[in-house]
Design a protein. Sequence first.
Length: 401
Amino acid sequence: MGEKIAVTDLYKIFGPHPDQAMVKVREGMGKDQLFRETGHTIGVYNANFTVEEGEIFVVMGLSGSGKSTLIRCLNRLFEPTAGRVVIDGEDITAMDLNQLREFRRNKQAMVFQRFALLPHRTVLENAAFGLEIQEKTKEERERRGLEALELVGLGEWGNRYPDQLSGGMQQRVGLARCLAVDPEILFMDEAFSALDPLIRREMQDELLALQEKVGKTIVFITHDLDEALKLGDRVAIMKDGVTVQIDTPENILTNPSDDYVAKFVEDVDLAKVLTAEGVMVDVKAVAYPKDGPRVVLRKMGEEGISGVFVVNRNRQLQGYVTADAAKKAAEKGEPDLTNVIEKDLTTVAPETTLNELFETAANATIPVAVVDEENHLKGVIVRGSLLAGLVKVKEAEGNER
């Protein structure tokens, strides 16, 4: 993983003479004064941020905040007035038209709010349309189009037509059309806004599941805070063209940068958003299967704990050993932990919410392990860390009142 997109000092001014207006902006003229005196509008004001490879970077704000203008500057559907957009070390703002065309055809794809499917073409032909633009053979178009439809769960719908599909299914075809060209970056502008709430939630879940498989870099635009918090690895909140705060969903909720952001998030139920990753504590000590029981008892004694998680050399969770079990093994002269490792553990993913944790932790007899998708031990949920998370929620509720 590394930096995929770097945006530096980016401005977009709308009007007949943006370069002249830009001089006034650099001299300190504000948005309202600029509009009154020149008729020009600031769409994006001095944006600076990076997007990591494989990250879902969400840009959110109210209507007119500049979020859609920003995403269109990233692939030069809108020409930036000033600043740089660098992708994989290449300055997009310096590309000529041929270079820009190749970038759009091969490196990025864009999913819009409206599905823009071709009604006279089948679902498969729609999914493969970008490959037709790339002048791929019919055989390759059909193969890759079908693979993309399989990814979004529509593999059996290739011979249907768009008007035979629901709105959510049509949006999935739009997503498949982007995936078929295998872009490195997906730009998604209000992609789910036209869907009804239930279908929208399903599409959010499907996008997260899909991201686990394909690991694309995604810049996602939305005006919906819940959607931003659910999808974003990081979230940028915009107001009047200005990027007010860029942070993790949890930090935006618990440490808003100003009153505007605080007002934005005041009605969010923190218990539904705060996650295991946010309240877990570091594991004080771990054991390895080859460790002898006396070694493990020593580790527990040094840390003042009554049990340890057992991991392999890659820190993948293998089980748990209590002090009582280790003591009995030592008394029997057993050379390692093989016979005393408890493998029936309660584990949670880093994104598990606080609400879910309360019920899980209440039924657990040992600390709850936080593991990633490859079963690497990331941290542990103990009663104290869970209560600390609850305090955060109560403090936030108190501040709102």
